[in-house]
Ligand binder design. Structure first.
Ligand code: PEP
Ligand code: MG
Length: 367
């Protein structure tokens, strides 16, 4: 892609010379990754892998895997997804050319992966050789009234360990292949979503490490990688000192952290929130700018507790707030290492980080 030049790049150069925060992008498609690089992103801070499973050649396998309880049928369905994921990750690693890439293991609202309607149910039943009635019963057993507060994130990875095993194998194989092809090491960062307890992270981390060890043994190869977690539940922030024992990095998921701290649905809040903010009942839309006294206090707690356990713990943020200037000044203040935002917000984030760094210097001089 053409690079951006002229006044824009002069301005960005000035911003880059003063900012402290690293700037990454949230990207899962090659197009987004290319846009991110063109705008100066220094890595991918969040690759949401759930978006990779909706293609017409993939979703059927996902549905089969979720809907069957037979280990062999699950293994077959998930096995069919491995080559797709290997290609997905290889493409991102190639584009990012050695820059850090944080890949988050599957975090779907489960209902989006269940077969909808009779036709889809029949397709899955035929592929699995099961009766439509049996699958209808399983679908209703898996249905949830509040999917965003239910069987998602690492909870799903724990119920279906095959999914994360497949993804970690795909990440490892892709990282090894692209490292070899480019003559430059790819260092993948594997991220576990929706962790609330150290025990969850320990269980998933151990499973990931075992898959990586298998692949490295098969290929007689070596790979440097890190495994970290999202901090997106209040409990994770509150117990960040324990969670840090098992994490190489934290990335604050401020979308879910806002939802769970305020008890406010991130999908439905639109109806009354503007009037509510106008009446001064909340300082601003908390899904846009960080609510310093609420979610912000939990982020600060997560930073302090995490670093108390591991002083060099890498800390980022990948919720929508990562591209919001007011929030970026807060992330500068609490000492995060980087923000990750949508690719088109990268220039704004570079400028806002520079302004935040200058403000921090001014404050230091005053003190
Ligand atoms: C978040 O919760 O802030 C986050 C980045 O994850 P997602 O938006 O995919 O839930
Ligand atoms: Mg989240």
């Amino acid at each position: 892609p053409p690079s951006l030049s002229g006044d824009f790049s002069t301005l960005m150069g000035w911003a880059d010379s003063v900012r402290r925060l690293g700037i990454r992008a949230n990207a899962e498609t090659p197009e987004d990754a290319e846009t991110a690089r063109r705008f100066g992103a220094e890595g991918i801070g969040l690759c949401r892998t759930e978006h990779m499973f909706f293609g017409p050649d993939r979703i059927g396998h996902v549905r089969q895997m979720i809907m069957t309880e037979e280990p062999e049928a699950r293994a077959r369905a998930i096995g069919a997804l491995l080559p797709f994921q290997r290609d997905d990750f290889s493409a991102l690693f190639r584009i990012m050319a050695g820059l850090p890439v944080t890949i988050r293991l599957l975090d779907p609202p489960l209902h989006e992966f269940l077969p909808h309607g009779e036709a889809e149910l029949k397709d899955v039943a035929a592929a699995l050789g099961q009766s439509v009635d049996a699958l209808r019963a399983r679908r209703s057993a898996l249905s949830e009234a509040n999917p965003m507060l239910g069987h998602r994130g690492c909870r799903l990875g724990i119920s279906y360990p095959e999914i994360y095993a497949m993804q970690v194998r795909a990440i490892t194989e892709a990282a090894l292949a692209v490292s070899k092809e480019a003559g430059k090491a790819v260092i993948p960062e594997i991220m576990i979503p929706l962790v609330g307890t150290k025990a969850e992270l320990d269980l998933v981390r151990k499973a990931c490490e075992s898959v990586i060890a298998d692949v490295l043994k098969e290929q007689n190869a070596e790979l440097t990688y890190t495994i970290g977690t999202m901090i997106e539940l209040p409990r994770a922030a509150i117990t960040a000192d324990q969670i840090a024992e098992s994490a190489d990095f934290f990335s604050f998921g401020t979308n879910d952290l806002t939802q769970t701290t305020l008890g406010l649905s991130r999908d439905d809040a639109g109806s009354f929130l503007p009037a509510y903010v106008e009446k001064g009942l909340l300082p601003q839309d908390p899904f846009i700018s960080i609510d310093r006294e609420g979610v912000g206090a939990l982020v600060r707690m997560g930073v302090e507790k995490g670093r108390a356990t591991k002083p060099d713990l890498k800390l980022g943020i990948c919720g929508e707030h990562g591209g919001d200037p007011l929030s970026i000044s807060f992330f500068e203040e609490v000492g995060l290492d980087y923000v990750s935002c949508s690719p088109f917000r990268v220039p704004v984030a570079r400028l806002a980080s520079a302004q935040a760094a200058l403000a921090a210097r001014r404050n230091a001089v005053k003190a």
